[in-house]
Write a new protein. Structure first.
Length: 292
């Protein structure tokens, strides 16, 4: 019961509670930040008689917008996270999909996934002898990717559209899910170097290029090449503080989505297990134990 009987404009917290508006701000849903997705474009985009966009370029997919391409880019990482991801091929009537875990600051723990399990099905703990595992277990583990997730600002150098035309594009908030094993290590070296020097990622720029690798069939794929600039420090601004908060909120919202999906799938699995359980056998076993 609130005993306030006079209005005090210098005590907002108590007056807001007395007037019934203390929870109004908390119930407002804040519009989340929209993050463009950075990827490496491995195959060229061909025209009728020309190459519009070369393979080995970075591509930036803007939500509900166009995709931009560039041979080089400069990223300013604000934070990194880790997760597991597994591609699941669709069957008749079911589309392709991904199983993903929550994002965490380490993979040395079990992570809930959107399929109602943990780690996308990857066994917990250290596997002492991988070759001794059954083939099915090997295939499962191979199908699950470690992902280094980088969030920050990206600036494409001399960006082009899908037709190869020059375009203007400023600094863009982005997310990059690095899942290739070699790329995972290469990008990780940036963060390791900064940590050893006790420098924050947001204070430095990283130039991104690519390097071509050949497959046995003659096709090419590309890996990132990173150049960390520690010769200069980027000064933080109020906008950076706000952007960092938005990145953290984005990760929180993503994790809440995965956890909700985990809970729904987990309940469904438990229900299925109960449906398959022979209740008569359970009753008989319990009765026999009591008699004994």
């Amino acid at each position: 019961m609130n005993d306030i009987t006079t209005i005090d404009t210098n005590n907002y917290a108590d007056m807001a509670k007395a007037m019934g508006i203390a929870n109004e701000v908390a119930t407002q849903k804040k519009q989340g930040i929209f993050l463009a997705r950075l990827r490496i474009n491995h195959s060229p985009i061909l025209g009728s008689d020309t190459i519009k966009v070369k393979g080995g370029t970075y591509k930036l997919e803007v939500p509900d917008g166009p995709t931009y391409y560039a041979e080089s880019a400069v990223m300013r990482p604000f934070l990194q996270r880790f997760m597991y991801k597994k591609f699941v091929m669709g069957t008749a009537g079911k589309p392709n999909r991904y199983v993903k875990t929550v994002m965490a600051d380490t993979l040395n723990m079990d992570l809930k996934d959107n399929d109602g399990g943990f780690n996308c099905g990857k066994p917990s703990g250290w596997i002492e002898d991988f070759n001794a595992l059954p083939d099915a277990s090997k295939e499962l583990i191979r199908s699950i990717k470690r992902v280094r997730v980088v969030l920050g600002n990206i600036e494409l150098k001399n960006p082009k559209d899908a037709d190869g035309n020059d375009v203007e594009l400023g600094v863009t908030p982005f997310i990059w899910e690095v899942e290739n094993r070699d790329a995972f290590k290469t990008v990780g070296e940036v963060f390791t170097s900064l940590a050893k020097q006790k420098r924050l990622p947001v204070q430095h720029n990283v130039t991104l290029n690519t390097q071509e690798r050949k497959l046995p069939n003659g096709n090419s794929f590309y890996l990132p090449v990173t150049t960390l600039d520690t010769s200069s420090t980027v000064e933080l601004t109020k906008d950076d503080q706000s952007k960092f908060s938005e990145f953290i909120a984005w990760v929180t919202n993503y994790n809440e989505y995965i956890i909700n999906a985990y809970s729904e799938k987990n309940v469904s699995k438990n229900d299925m297990e109960l449906d398959e359980l022979d209740i008569d056998d359970v009753v008989d076993v319990e009765f026999e134990e009591e008699v004994a």
